[in-house]
Design a protein around this ligand. Structure first.
Ligand code: HEM
Length: 517
């Protein structure tokens, strides 16, 4: 470690200005392993480490440890700005035209209702407009609830239509979720028409998702030509859907959901892009491609992992089933089977919340990035205006000193980690708690840029899981590779996704299951 008084230690690298840059962009899992080793070796006690990205001029300060520092990093929204980082992905990942991406670049008024007083921006406030859309139509309970109800309706229909009551069938968990959860959440957010008009969206999406991190960093096209081709075809598929939705939607209706645009959020986003922001067609299709990524890239693998953990542990499966059944408030008159579920109650159940949190803790590997708006001092170190700061959930979420418990190291899935127990009527009753862990657990980011889909995401994952565990008896068969051949080991997080979001399972789990109702 190299250290002087104003500067934190630097992350050593074999080839100056090359090794760290190469790894953080193209091999983030290796970068994180090296970072962890360096952190364990440093005795500055603050967990702040510096490196240079792409040459000597871009300093990056990694805020790796310490509740206070991570909180300050996540919440310091006025001085530490996530907008340049989002802007960076707008052309290559989102698919914006340069002209429209520049509208965001030139707007320094921020996302909040009142413009940043330091900003001289006049005219349309693009960041604030986008933030308001998220806040009003995605985060607010009415719209988050409408999305999860539609999701559940479609997901339930699919379970009922695909599987016969009382019949055992074999299925593969990862492939099953990639088909059915994908389709149900697409319908909830974007309507039934998107996949009818552009069925290629489904196949193209997985390629786009796998290379999203490379697109974000602007890795040249010649390195991954087929991924770039799939990305461009996905933009074109988004345009087909938007053109048809604009043509067929009846703007006089005010329903929460209809088949052409889907949710109110999608409809209002389309309207804002065209009417208030004046984006061109490329940008409009690009934004709806980015929303695909936001919708699936974390929730789908998270829910898949949750199901994998339950299928691995029949006792936990049974306990979660009993808990989930307690959230059903009506029964079918003929069969006496559970019918309607109280989603508000379901998402507060301790065991289910604990399975969700533990899965996000272990598998959400995201790089939070901020840029310093001005020269500042951070935990005693001088940070120059324009420097980047990064915080990695892949480090914080796995800190042994924070998460390790006797017999349950931080790297292991253990549902008891977030539960406390108390006695009620002679019975031990669990409570879920992750309070006081804000600096060690931040799967949804933080500050004004915090994930606006977090409530919908939790509801979606938990209703999907509840629908499965209450309806199916399940038996584990074997681990397989993605092509269906037998695997000699169980699934791990796919390292290709390290730093970019939830790491999907790199193996599939074959199960037998029987629908009960
Ligand atoms: C388990 C599921 C999810 C996780 C872990 C997650 C996590 C995140 C994170 C870490 C960010 C970046 C926050 C930041 O920069 O500070 C983000 C942004 C975002 N998420 Fe989620 N997300 C999830 C599901 C969803 C869902 C279902 C939606 C619905 C469409 C969604 C919509 C968005 C959007 C639109 C943004 C961009 C916000 C912005 O730029 O201001 N997310 N999410």
């Amino acid at each position: 470690m190299v250290s002087n008084s104003d500067e934190p230690p630097s992350l050593p690298e074999t080839i100056p200005y090359i090794t760290n840059t190469y790894q953080v962009v193209l091999h983030t899992s290796a970068f994180l392993r090296r970072l962890k080793t360096a952190l364990d070796g440093t005795n500055n006690g603050k967990g702040i480490i510096k490196y240079n990205l792409g040459g000597p001029f871009k300093s990056v300060y990694i805020v790796a440890r310490g509740e206070k520092n991570i909180q300050a990093f996540l919440r310091g929204s006025r001085d530490l700005d996530s907008e340049p980082f989002i802007h960076m992905g707008m052309e290559n990942l989102w698919g914006f035209s340069k002209k429209d991406a520049d509208k965001f670049k030139n707007d320094s008024s921020g996302r909040l209702k009142n413009p940043n007083p330091l900003s001289g921006t006049t005219g349309t406030r693009y960041w604030a407009g986008m933030h308001q859309l998220y806040d009003e139509f995605l985060t607010k309970p009415h719209h988050a609830n409408a999305l999860s109800h539609k999701f559940l309706e479609v997901f339930n229909d699919r379970l009922e239509n695909q599987f016969t009551v009382g019949k055992w069938t074999e299925t593969s968990v990862v492939a099953f979720m990639k088909e059915h959860m994908f389709q149900a959440s697409m319908t909830a957010l974007f309507g039934t028409e998107r996949l009818k008009i552009a069925p290629e969206t489904h196949g193209l999406y997985w390629v786009y998702e796998a290379y999203a991190w490379h697109f974000f960093y602007g890795v040249p096209r010649w390195m991954f030509p087929s991924a770039y081709k799939a990305r461009d075809e996905l933009y074109a598929a988004g345009k087909k859907y938007l053109d048809a939705a604009w043509k067929n939607f009846d703007w006089n209706g005010q329903e929460d959901w209809e088949p052409h645009f889907g949710s109110r959020f999608a409809r209002e986003t389309a309207r804002w892009m065209r009417e208030a922001a004046g984006f061109d067609e490329k940008t409009q299709a690009g934004f709806f491609t980015l929303l695909l990524f936001a919708l699936h890239s974390n929730t789908l693998p998270t829910c898949t992992w949750m199901l994998i953990y339950l299928c691995k542990d029949p006792e936990l499966f049974q306990a979660v089933r009993e808990e989930a059944l307690s959230a059903y408030y009506s029964q079918d008159e003929g069969t006496g089977r559970p019918k309607e579920i109280d989603v508000g109650k379901l998402v507060m159940l301790p065991l289910l919340q604990s399975v969700f949190a533990e899965t996000l803790r272990l598998h959400m590997s995201f790089t939070n990035i901020r840029e310093a708006r001005k020269d500042m001092v951070f935990d005693g170190y001088k940070i120059k205006k324009g420097s980047w700061m990064q915080a990695f959930t892949g480090i914080s979420h796995r800190e042994e000193a924070v998460w390790g418990r006797e017999g349950h190291p931080a790297d292991e899935f253990w549902v008891g980690r977030h539960l406390t127990w108390s006695e009620n009527d002679g019975k031990q009753v669990p409570q879920f708690s992750i309070a006081g862990k804000g600096g060690d657990f931040y799967p949804f980011g933080g500050g004004t840029g915090m994930c606006p889909g977090r409530h919908f995401a939790k509801q979606e994952a938990l209703v999907a899981l509840a629908a499965i565990v209450t309806r199916f008896d399940v038996e584990f068969v074997e681990w397989t590779n993605q092509d269906g051949s037998k695997s000699d080991r169980e699934a791990r997080g796919d390292e290709k996704f390290a730093g970019a979001g939830t790491m999907p399972a790199d193996r599939d789990m074959k199960i037998r299951w029987k629908r009960l109702w």
